[in-house]
Ligand binder design. Structure first.
Ligand code: ZN
Length: 336
């Protein structure tokens, strides 16, 4: 019987996880209550084209999110133009209410010299973990609201409700309500039959020598382990059995309206021959524990002018955590 030994290490917490806010699901059901707190002691984080406002990074110190009160928001926006089209309630903490709004008005670029709008996917790791997780929620919700302004059934316009957590069709004969979706993606660290190597792949557009775990969207009507099996086969030609796939941890990923990265380790039992058939993948290879350990030490501080046989993603990516947990001996199997 296959068994797995795993320690619940403290480093298992992924970037964008651990959102500390109370999401106020009960309060959201009363529109008047949402309006009341919006006008009370609320704080707002401005997004410009889905990028949140933060301090510039100085000497590799963490950035801070620039929360603003309603007065500052009105000052930031041109001629008092409102943001009702895209304002979302994030939640409450210590009796403070947190909102986010997005606008692509050019005046939004009139910010202080020590501030900038940041790309969460690339720069989220430069924020305090809790702030990064709040912004991930905000970014996903803002993008979903922007992209669902019309009813998918009848084509009429929709209105935001529940502080941006649902949108309802304005056509009286339709009134269809839609809710924010999260797209599941499997990402897997494939372990060699000897348990001495792992399989990583690279895409042509990635930095030189950069390799990472294989990943792909879960298809309709497919389980997590079936998606791992299919993607591993499609991308690298290896045959993983569904019973050899083990969930490790997950990571909210705030792009394209919001994804959830489902991190797994997958143990290959048979033929280790790699056959690339995916046009997206340039190469896939087995890497030894020594190669991986060396690459982890330099992860996130790449100097592309320096030759390296392997670069792996920084610790802001779940791929890093999957690879590291294997390299450090946290993930292994034993035959009982
Ligand atoms: Zn409709």
């Amino acid at each position: 019987m296959l068994n797995r030994l795993r320690m619940l290490a403290s480093n298992k917490s992924n970037l964008f996880a651990g959102n500390p806010l109370n999401r106020l699901h009960v309060l959201r059901s009363e529109e008047q209550q949402v309006n009341n707190i919006e006008n009370a002691d609320a704080l707002y984080v401005p997004f410009y084209q889905f990028k949140p406002l933060a301090t510039k990074q100085v000497n590799k110190q963490n950035r801070s999110v620039l929360w603003k009160d309603k007065k500052s928001i009105e000052k930031l926006l041109p001629n008092g133009s409102d943001v009702q089209g895209n304002i979302v309630l994030l939640g409450e903490r210590n009796s403070k209410y947190y909102f986010a709004f997005d606008s692509d008005h050019p005046d939004m670029q009139k910010i202080e010299a020590d501030q900038e709008y940041i790309n969460l996917n690339f720069q989220g790791g430069q924020l305090e973990r809790e702030e990064a997780s709040i912004l991930a929620q905000a970014r996903s919700l803002l993008e979903w609201n922007t992209n669902h302004r019309f009813c998918g059934k009848c084509g009429s316009s929709t209105v935001s409700q529940g502080g941006g957590t649902k949108r309802t069709c304005t056509n009286e004969t339709c009134k269809r309500t839609q809710y924010p979706r999260t797209d599941p993606v499997v990402i897997m660290c494939i372990i060699h039959p000897t348990e001495e190597k792992i399989l990583l792949g690279r895409q042509t557009k990635w930095p030189k020598s950069m390799y990472s775990c294989l990943a792909g969207f879960i298809d309709s009507g497919e389980t997590i382990e079936e998606a791992v099996r299919r993607e591993s086969n499609e991308e690298a030609g290896v045959d993983i059995k569904t019973e050899d796939v083990f969930y490790y941890s997950s990571q909210p990923w705030p792009s394209m309206g919001g994804q959830i990265m489902i991190g797994c380790h997958a143990f290959l039992k048979g033929d280790d021959t790699i056959k690339i058939s995916d046009a997206e993948l340039e190469e896939a290879k087995w890497f030894t524990k020594d190669q991986i350990t060396k690459a982890i030490q330099g992860a996130g501080q790449w100097d592309l002018n320096i030759e390296a046989e392997l670069r792996v993603p920084p610790n802001s990516a779940i791929a890093h955590m999957l690879i590291k947990s294997w390299a450090e001996g946290e993930i292994k199997v034993r035959e009982n």
